[in-house]
Write a protein that binds this ligand. Structure first.
Ligand SMILES: Cc1cc2nc3c(=O)[nH]c(=O)nc-3n(C[C@H](O)[C@H](O)[C@H](O)COP(=O)(O)O)c2cc1C
Length: 210
């Protein structure tokens, strides 16, 4: 990909407010977007996310009131609910060790990594709330990658934080000891022309430290 093509995707992407309900994303394109999410980086390689894909219109209608009744929820082609993992991050589940063990290494080294993980993240792992704050942050990296990837193939999106978390989790019947909602991310095709991209000047957001 050239720099121009990447910039083109960044210029194409905007927070789409209404999608064209008559246009559906192909399975191939949707899987491409989700695959880009899957390949995103995560702290200690824990991959603390899950992407729930809602295509059922009735369920979208049910979800909408918990998302400030935003039009994107029901007009999109595919509604991705980005979930942050909770339980799997806990050392005692053995999952962190399993993640480390994906790379071949002697048990001694595996123990070293698990201890490093447990000690570095002591405060983070001390409550579900702290785990959520840590894992939800990481899901935003996957979400950003998915939005850019989608834009690269002419698909629109809108990151949505405007939702009532507990209400939405109840509608989705989530076991919140395992997963909690981090972000709502609809994908589809724009109905209206995109809004003007407003950004601060380069020099206002970038500082080269001397
Ligand atoms: C974390 C986050 C939450 C957002 N929540 C909403 C939302 O609930 N509804 C909405 O229409 N846009 C939402 N946006 C979109 C922003 O308003 C939008 O990205 C910003 O105004 C810049 O506009 P642009 O993305 O079209 O360039 C959100 C963006 C981010 C990053």
């Amino acid at each position: 990909m050239t720099k121009e093509q990447f910039l083109e995707a960044m210029n194409f992407r905007h927070a789409c407010k209404v999608f064209d309900e008559t246009k559906k994303i192909s399975n191939d394109d949707l899987n491409f977007i989700l695959e880009i999410g899957r390949k995103s980086p995560s702290s200690f390689g824990m991959e603390p996310w899950k992407f729930l894909v809602i295509q059922n219109q009735e369920l979208k209608e049910k979800v909408k009131p918990a998302c400030w009744n935003q039009a994107q929820i029901t007009s999109c082609s595919d509604l991705v609910i980005v979930l942050a993992k909770i339980e799997d991050l806990k050392v005692e589940t053995g999952i962190p060790e399993k993640r480390f063990a994906r790379r071949p290494m002697p048990q001694e080294k595996r123990d070293f990594y698990v201890n490093l993980y447990a000690s570095h993240l002591k405060e983070t792992l001390s409550s579900d709330k702290n785990i959520y704050e840590w894992t939800a942050r990481q899901t935003y990296i996957a979400a950003g990658n998915m939005m850019t990837a989608a834009a690269g193939i002419g698909i629109d999106s809108c990151p949505i934080e405007g939702f009532e978390k507990e209400k939405l989790e109840a509608i989705l019947e989530l076991d919140t000891t395992k997963y909690q909602v981090a972000l709502v991310l609809p994908f589809g095709y724009r109905l209206n022309e995109q809004s003007e991209q407003l950004r601060l000047d380069f020099n206002e957001v970038v500082e080269f430290v001397k």
